[in-house]
Design a protein around this ligand. Structure first.
Ligand code: DGJ
Length: 725
């Protein structure tokens, strides 16, 4: 049983395949955290609670008999506010008396097989009830009547626990949630590093690793979306951890809005970590009887290094986050019009792309931005989702038919949450965008943001999308989002609820996405936000792939894809071969192959030899599809640690196949390069495809494969494919 409760010592133990997590109901029903780490069989863990003596400055509860107990130094299972624990608080509720003191204590619990759905929020799902057990731990702030349920879902065959929190107002007066984090995790020392993924537009998800230090360190977004700047992922790893060794605790919030992850090292030298909705610009009014559910955080533990942590996330997301037909079905190989034409296209040009692409073996044409309203550049028409007949003469139906007649599928671009000031929609409903009274609305990419908290807004956008998608044979939607939120207020919310808008915006987007996926279950949605500005698990619950970055230069993509792979599998990473001139086309393809793979160029402009290469790449895409989409990723040489080379490897689950790719980013000081592979079976024999040489797994992993090149020029790359013989 993954979840157990020892009635004698009141210890809860949550055991996954490879980790244990424990806490205790202590005197006065305090919830005291005890342990999170590698799996242990015991549950006599009370001794872990002792934190030494505390000074007179530390408050204590006189009702607790233990003179060594103070909330100031105790590891809390879910920290409150203003009642003696001065470290990061996971929960703060302003009560009807106007103060924020919040102190929840254990009331009861239930354990059951399965995992509950979170109201209005995406989350992991189970393929069968016995895949996981859930603990619902009910706590109460007896003074204010805030009833807080902590949810823990514990996976049996993966070292994964998900957590979320529900706050209910069981009093007869209103209360305001000021902060409600989805988890609070305590670690007994500070001998850890914090890893985060930072960046900006065109340079998403660079890996940053820093030693934890006394005080608070944080990773957060308050841009209204998860953002290019910081991803809702954090890992706390032992100071000595590397790809293959050491402890790694990975955290990923299933949420697409403002988030915050904070780690505090306290005076006892221990670490508290919390993750959830960013409390800055957040507030939530709870009237009597109302409830609020937090998004869920996914916690992964590995004692075999950072690489294994990533592979657990990958396995989990492939099977328990990505939904619907496209989880398992082979995704179409697409060509996208954006970098080939930008706004400058008409039906004939698109048909010519499709016709040439078909000859190269490509499956689908995606018509990107510019097909609707009178949009010939980015100054107009968002919100007017009807076809621009000047560009697409004969209409969308005729274009789709012409493309289909070539044997190609058709996909289309939308930016549903946005509105241009120059649009019929804005002229008819100026109050439909986010705004606050008396303040000019900031503009970005010449557009405003729709108030997604409003049902009338969502209904309008849904109906517009429905009328196009239900009429024509459109099999793919690229869902874009090209700015962040400002002056975030809603014309419909009362003053005391205006701080709810950021979260209501996200809930509104999820509601629209879920309506669309229900109406069109076979539709493949690729999420995008000016590249990878909303690359998060919340979006992955609706769209199995996300455009990784607007930067399609393969050398730049190495660090972007490397960082993204910290928790997101290759099958989710939108990656295309573009016309980017600085690197030859085989390297562009080798890098895009570490992702969904596709093209983003004018196929008519390819030379004959490039066309032959593309035909070969398409063949390779099919050959390696399941190895990349379902295989295990090993990051061999990091572009953040090695100035010259980057290398990675996919190994099939049964270890019978492996594909290794190595890219020279810059000519190396030393030409000799021997690469040791990972993840193979030492006792199996593998044949290398190109040379026909046979090597043992032991040789490939210990001696390595000699990849020294005669020329070792910038931008060159190579692949090696091994199959068990
Ligand atoms: C930003 C996306 O990342 C691009 O791929 C493209 O779709 C443009 N938006 C279109 O405006």
């Amino acid at each position: 049983m993954p979840i157990s409760y020892n009635k004698e010592n009141h210890i809860f133990k949550l055991d996954t395949s490879d980790s244990s997590y424990a806490f205790q109901v202590y005197e006065e029903n305090y919830l005291v955290h005890l342990y999170y780490g590698a799996k242990i069989p015991d549950d006599n863990l009370e001794h872990l609670m002792f934190r030494g003596s505390f000074p007179s400055f530390s408050p204590y509860n006189a009702k607790v008999c233990n003179p060594m107990f103070s909330a100031d130094i105790t590891q809390s299972e879910y920290s409150g506010e203003g009642a003696g624990d001065y470290r990061l608080s996971a929960l703060a509720i302003k009560n009807a008396d106007g103060n924020c003191v919040t102190d929840v204590r254990y009331v009861s619990h239930t354990v059951y097989s399965g995992k509950p759905e979170l109201e209005g929020l995406p989350g992991l799902y189970l393929n069968s009830e016995d895949e996981a057990q859930t603990l619902e731990l009910v706590t109460l702030d007896a003074v204010t009547g805030a009833r807080v349920t902590l949810y823990y879902t514990v996976f049996e065959s993966l070292p994964v626990i998900t957590r979320s929190v529900r706050v209910e107002n069981s009093s007869d007066r209103p209360m305001d949630i000021e902060r409600v984090y989805s988890c609070c995790v305590e670690l007994p020392t500070a001998d850890y590093d914090l890893i985060g993924l930072y960046g900006r537009w065109y340079k998403e998800r660079s890996v940053q690793r820093r030693a934890l230090a006394h005080g608070i360190q944080s990773i957060a977004s308050k841009r209204g979306s998860s953002s290019h700047n910081h991803n809702p992922f954090a890992a706390i790893v032992s100071s000595d951890a590397n790809e293959d060794y050491g402890e790694a605790y990975g955290f990923n919030l299933v949420y697409s809005g403002n988030f915050s992850a904070e780690a505090e090292v306290d005076a006892s030298g221990s670490t508290r970590f919390i993750m959830g909705i960013n409390p800055e610009s957040f507030g939530w009014r709870l009237e009597p009887g109302e409830g609020f559910t937090s998004p869920e955080v996914v916690m992964v533990y590995s004692h075999n290094g950072i690489g294994e942590m990533s592979r657990v996330f990958h396995r989990l997301y492939r099977k328990n986050l990505i939904r619907g037909k496209w989880r398992d079905a082979v995704r179409p190989l697409l060509i996208n019009s954006w970098e080939a034409a930008y706004f400058d296209f008409d039906s004939d040009k698109l048909v010519s792309f499709a016709s040439q692409a078909k000859k190269l073996g490509i499956d689908m044409l995606v018509m990107d931005d510019g097909w609707f309203g009178h949009r010939d550049n980015d100054t107009s028409s968002l919100g007017d989702w009807y076809v621009n007949e000047n560009k697409l003469s004969g209409g969308l139906g005729s274009l789709v038919e012409r493309v289909n007649a070539l044997g190609m599928k058709f996909g289309i671009w939308y930016e549903p949450e946005m509105i241009s000031p120059d649009s019929d929609l804005y002229r008819a409903h100026p109050d439909w965008c986010l705004q606050v009274p008396g303040r000019e609305k900031s503009i970005a990419r010449r557009q405003y943001v729709l108030d997604m908290s409003r049902k009338d807004v969502r209904d309008n956008i849904f109906e517009q999308m429905y009328s196009v998608l239900s009429k024509y044979n459109i099999e793919y939607v690229k869902w874009d989002f090209n700015r962040n939120l400002t002056e975030a207020g809603s014309a419909l919310l009362p003053a005391e609820r205006q701080k709810e808008i950021f979260h209501r915006f996200v809930l509104g987007t999820y509601e629209l996405m879920s309506r669309l996926t229900k109406a069109f279950p076979d539709l493949l949605i690729e999420n995008c936000s000016g590249g990878g500005g909303r690359f998060d698990p919340g979006m992955l619950a609706f769209s199995p792939q996300i455009w990784c970055s607007d930067d399609t230069d393969p050398i730049e993509r190495l660090s972007i894809q490397f960082g993204t792979s910290m928790c997101y599998p290759a099958s989710t990473m939108g990656a295309h071969v573009s016309a980017c001139g600085r690197t030859q086309i085989d390297t562009r393809a080798n890098v895009a192959m570490w992702g969904t793979f596709g093209y983003e160029l004018d196929p008519n402009k390819l030379t004959d030899s490039e066309k032959r290469e593309v035909t070969q790449q398409v063949e390779d895409y099919h050959k390696y599809y399941s190895l990349i989409h379902e295989g295990e990723l090993y990051r061999l040489v990091s572009p953040f640690e090695n100035a010259y080379r980057c290398a990675w490897e996919f190994v099939s689950e049964d270890k019978t196949e492996a594909l290794v790719t190595c890219v020279t980013m810059r000519r190396a000081e030393h030409p000799m390069f021997i690469l040791r592979l990972k993840g193979l079976d030492p006792d199996k024999m593998y044949e290398e495809d190109e040379s026909g040489e046979v090597y043992s797994g032991a040789l490939l992993m210990n001696a390595g494969i000699n990849l020294t090149q005669r020329s070792d020029r910038d931008g060159e790359s190579l692949t090696r494919y091994f199959r068990q013989v």
